[in-house]
Design a protein. Structure first.
Lengths: 97, 282
């Protein structure tokens, strides 16, 4: 049932940003800066997309020295299929900050 | 007026001690933003996402941006998310319903029960706040089942204290006062201290305070009717010559004052037990 629910503009923007290069892993903070979405909105969006199975997550294999591994995100095949079905065609993209 | 100032001073003192102890037990971290995030993610119900946020913050260098990021993530822990109602939440809704029923009974049926606009606003605000917590608690204030037991104990204790005071020759009224303002806060402090972490302690005492004060309102008003029938006195202060409905404004004041007093002691108990360490919230 969750798959048929509409996505928020922010969630759609995240999906579209990830779709720019579907094979690339992205950081949550970088996505947040690119799209001008605050962390308090970005993480719930990432959580929801992940729960829907549209987002794949992973941990950085080789973190920077002295820093913990960062969480990475990219679209799953289901997420890409949803985008290609044209669902977000009417959703606006938030402007970068 | 002097009595009011004494109560205010006592509550402020208790909260000062609680704030100092909680501050002492705060998580360590590179800076304030890291400590804020560390506290917030400990309260988050999804540990993996908490670790993700913490790792992201480690890669942010600009101090302003660090604060902005940490505050945004902290909001995630504080923003209520609709979910399945918990047993504790259902108990809180039932307690609110009981409060509404008793307040309505007093207001409509009992002589002298006039709340006025301020009292009514206070009652509505406290009950609405309790309902909000019951139906849509933020992840940081996850419900703790122990709170229901504490509230039942508080209610049973109130009946016991009330009946004991009625049958004893001395301390009519003062027994209830000491029970509510001394025994109950000590119970809350013990409950907080018995919790396995500061976060668990805070969650338990918040829920126990909310459920406990609602229970006191319901049980206390029912006992007040019994008291007035038996002695013609008001239950809170043992004052005579006033209609039974006068108990209602007293209990509405209690609904506001008791949580402030109890919660401070609960936090003191929870924070005193958790010595400063790397992550006291876990």
């Amino acid at each position: 049932m969750a798959r048929t629910r509409r996505l928020s503009a922010q969630a759609t923007a995240v999906m579209l940003a990830l779709a720019d290069d579907p094979s690339a892993w992205r950081y949550g903070y970088d996505l947040s800066r690119q799209l001008g979405i605050k962390a308090g909105t970005m993480y719930p969006v990432l959580m929801r997309l992940s729960e829907r199975g549209w987002l794949e997550t992973s941990w950085e294999a080789e973190p920077a020295p002295g820093r913990p591994p960062r969480h990475l995100y990219r679209l799953t095949a289901d997420g890409l299929a949803w985008l290609r079905a044209g669902a977000p065609a009417t959703a606006p993209r938030p402007q970068p900050a | 007026m002097t009595g009011f100032l004494i109560v205010l001073l006592a509550i402020a003192s208790a909260w000062s001690v609680a704030a100092w102890l909680v501050w002492r037990a705060r998580p360590s971290g590179r800076d304030g933003a890291a400590r804020l995030l560390s506290t917030a993610v400990a309260a988050l119900d999804r540990p993996e996402w908490g670790r993700a946020m913490t790792a992201e913050l480690a890669s942010v260098e600009d101090p302003r941006e660090r604060w902005r990021f940490a505050a945004g993530c902290a909001l995630v822990a504080l923003t209520p998310r609709p979910g399945r109602p918990t047993a504790v939440g259902v108990a809180a809704v039932a307690a609110v319903a009981g409060c509404v029923a008793l307040a309505a009974h007093f207001e409509l049926e009992q002589p002298g029960a006039r709340l006025g606009p301020v009292g009514t606003a206070l009652l509505v605000a406290v009950l609405a706040g309790s309902l909000w917590l019951a139906l849509c608690p933020p992840p940081a204030l996850a419900a703790r089942g122990l709170a229901v037991g504490v509230a039942l104990l508080v209610g049973a204790g109130l009946v016991g204290a009330s009946r004991l005071a009625l049958t004893s020759e001395f301390g009519l009224g003062s027994g209830i006062f000491f029970y509510l303002f001394l025994a109950c806060p000590l119970l809350l402090a013990a409950v907080g201290a018995a919790s396995r972490s500061l976060l668990a302690g805070v969650q338990t005492v918040v829920w126990a305070t909310v459920l406990g004060t609602l229970t006191v309102f319901c049980v206390g008003l029912a006992e007040a009717l019994h008291w007035h029938d038996a002695t013609g006195l008001l239950i809170f202060d043992g004052e005579g010559g006033r209609p039974v409905g006068t108990n209602l404004p007293d209990f509405v004041t209690g609904l506001f004052v008791l949580p402030l007093w109890w919660l401070a002691f609960g936090l003191i108990g929870a924070a005193a037990r958790n010595r400063p360490r790397a992550d006291p919230f876990v």
